[in-house]
Design a protein around this ligand. Structure first.
Ligand code: SF4
Length: 455
């Protein structure tokens, strides 16, 4: 399918081919699904929200609910205030959520709809909430949309008069429910009482009960978001997805925060746990030390299959930085590291990791890049392995590369969103997948007489 991708690279400024990101509202919608009894609402035309819902449903294999202001030509010319008013009334009457989280779209942003003013004019039933954030999709990516929505919840709901508590606010970053479940387990083991915002466990990985629940039993409650205002500290995991919520909490409620990378691989998980240990004043429990030990054991056992292998890593910035860190720990050389989300900090961080491990020479790192360019890099200098989202499968096929799926979205496989990539457990899973891909390739390519049962 991509066999015709040319090897010759030409500099492009105004064109993305095979983008490595999606639009802001997808991230905003996902964040809103992590708040209990929340209806995400797309302020724009029906086509947009239909795409956003489909995108999330295809990754999580779960229904992603959302409503729309259903713009037609009239709203596009005269503004969408009347549509929003009618929508909010209908949504509370028909679906009865506790909260509606409105995000904008390209259309409502372009015509300049003032959501602050619209929401102030709404008749909102008692005990119900309407919040909003701006998600213009012609800038940024779904990661920015996610960050904007989480910050939106804080700006509207976090209460600076909330009683001071021992709770730590945790912004988990743009990760799967499986990751959030694992983060909560680590926080519990480290005895750190916390409020996770958002929390998509139980919502986007709900069990099959035979009964459809529009609002599954999961998500951060409105009371918990209010209580964030009295938190003793906040942890923002993944600087691209979580810095903005942390800043919003600091601005509104003067809660200090620590921004950490997503805890993926050994070093970054160590640093996360040591931060938790400093917060709780308690040592890392034996159970986690043993998990770490098992991970190191696997890394040593399978080392011959990792050592000196080159790889290309692509996807969302925080996730890609975490995978790059793990790949370096495994002894691999991440030759190409790319995200579609803009932000030169990504280049600085990724290059810093490669330099620290003496692997920067010949490496290419890019933010706001696309998969066409990644494919061209690979054509000019092949790698042993490709690691990233489902959109890499065409490159893997064209270049006959082993391919490990990790990140968002995974549209062509099942079960990914249940399993963590964070923590020692997540690293164990990813390290196993990487070794499997390399070893499967060896089995497939070797001569019959060299096919080993014991490896
Ligand atoms: S018009 Fe904008 S908001 Fe709507 S789907 Fe396209 S990029 Fe996303």
């Amino acid at each position: 399918m991509l066999d015709q991708t040319p090897k010759e690279i030409s500099e492009r400024k105004a064109l993305r081919i095979n983008p490595c990101k999606t639009c802001q509202p997808v991230g905003a919608l996902y964040a809103a699904l992590g708040v209990r009894r929340c209806m995400p609402h797309s302020h724009g035309s029906q086509g947009c929200v239909s795409y956003h819902r489909t995108f999330l449903t295809r990754h999580f294999k779960e229904p992603a609910i959302a409503s729309s202001s259903s713009f037609t030509e009239g709203a596009s010319v005269f503004g969408g205030g009347a549509n929003l008013k009618q929508s909010v009334r209908n949504i509370f009457d028909v679906y009865d959520p506790d909260i509606i989280a409105v995000h904008t779209t390209c259309l409502s942003e372009t015509i300049g709809d003032d959501l602050n003013a619209y929401i102030m004019e709404l008749e909102i039933p008692e005990e119900k909430q309407v919040v909003h954030c701006n998600t213009p999709s012609y800038v940024g990516s779904h990661i920015n949309g996610y960050a904007n929505m989480v910050a939106g919840f804080i700006r509207y709901l976090a209460d600076k008069r909330a009683p001071k508590s021992e709770l730590v606010g945790v912004f988990p970053g743009f990760v799967n429910p499986g990751d959030i479940r694992e983060l909560k387990r680590l926080l519990d083991l480290m005895a750190v009482p916390h409020i996770m915002l958002p929390d998509t466990t139980g919502v986007m990985d709900g069990p099959m009960t035979g009964k459809y629940e529009m609002f599954p039993d999961g998500g951060t409650t409105i009371e918990e978001i209010r209580a964030l205002g009295g938190a003793r500290h906040a942890l923002a995991l993944g600087s691209f997805a979580s810095t903005e919520p942390a800043l919003a909490l600091k601005t509104k409620c003067a809660v200090e925060s620590t921004v950490l990378p997503l805890p993926m691989g050994v070093r970054l998980t160590d640093s996360f746990l040591l931060t938790l240990s400093a917060l709780s004043g308690k040592p890392v429990p034996k159970e986690l030390e043993e998990e770490r030990g098992r991970l190191i054991d696997l890394m040593l056992d399978a080392n011959p299959y990792y050592y000196d292998k080159t790889c290309a890593v692509f996807g969302d910035p925080d996730t890609v930085l975490g995978i790059t860190s793990l790949a370096l720990e495994l002894g691999m050389t991440p030759k190409y590291v790319l995200t579609g989300t803009p932000g030169e900090a990504f280049v600085t961080k990724a290059m810093g990791m490669l330099e620290a491990d003496g692997k920067a020479e010949g490496a290419r790192v890019k933010a706001a890049g696309d998969l066409f360019e990644l494919h061209q890099w690979i054509k000019n200098g092949p790698v042993d392995l490709l690691i990233g989202t489902s959109y890499g499968k065409q490159i893997a096929k064209a270049e006959d590369l082993p391919f490990v799926r990790a990140g968002f979205p995974i549209l062509d496989r099942y079960g990914h969103s249940y399993h963590p990539l964070v923590g020692y457990q997540g690293a164990l899973l990813l390290a196993e997948r990487i070794a499997d891909a390399v070893m499967d390739r060896m089995d497939r390519d070797c001569a019959d007489e060299d096919l080993e049962v014991v490896m």
